[in-house]
Design a protein around this ligand. Structure first.
Ligand code: ZN
Length: 145
């Protein structure tokens, strides 16, 4: 099932363009995500099935995040700097990744999606409302325009 969907997920992600896409973002009630940090180079996607965070560092890092589900909106999000993620690959084999930097951020962002959490949920209410208000305004503008 997942194996047959992955090519379409990757095509959607590369076309966006984005570096990660989780199944719930394309309306699938499945716990998997695809990630490729360098979509402009030779494709090197990772497919993570049932990913879960096994360890996270106490140190945190702040990075600007965007999301294909909230196009055009970016905000600084603070998360654990390093994580160890366990998952199954497309062959059903258990795997783990120890990640830092952009990959650690991306893994946490995509795993959040599987639990219905968006990056704006990590922001203060003030910042989150600013983004949500902008989105409402944009929607209205689109209707008029
Ligand atoms: Zn996202």
């Amino acid at each position: 099932m997942i194996r047959s969907i992955v090519p379409r997920m990757l095509a959607t992600m590369y076309a966006a363009p984005g570096i990660g896409l989780a199944a719930p973002q394309v309306g699938l009630d499945l716990r998997f995500a695809v990630i490729d940090l360098q979509p402009d180079e030779k494709p090197a996607p990772i497919t993570l099935i049932n990913p879960r965070i096994e360890q996270k560092s106490r140190e945190e890092a702040t990075r600007e995040e965007g999301c294909l589900s909230l196009p055009g909106h970016y905000a600084e999000v603070t998360r654990p700097e390093r994580v160890v993620v366990a998952y199954e690959d497309l062959e059903g084999q258990p795997q783990t990744i120890a990640a830092d930097g952009l990959l650690a951020t991306c893994l946490q962002h995509e795993i959040d999606h599987l639990d219905g959490i968006l990056f704006v949920d990590h922001l203060s209410a003030l910042k989150r409302n600013m983004i949500l208000r902008k989105m409402v305004k944009e929607k209205r503008a689109r209707k008029i325009g």
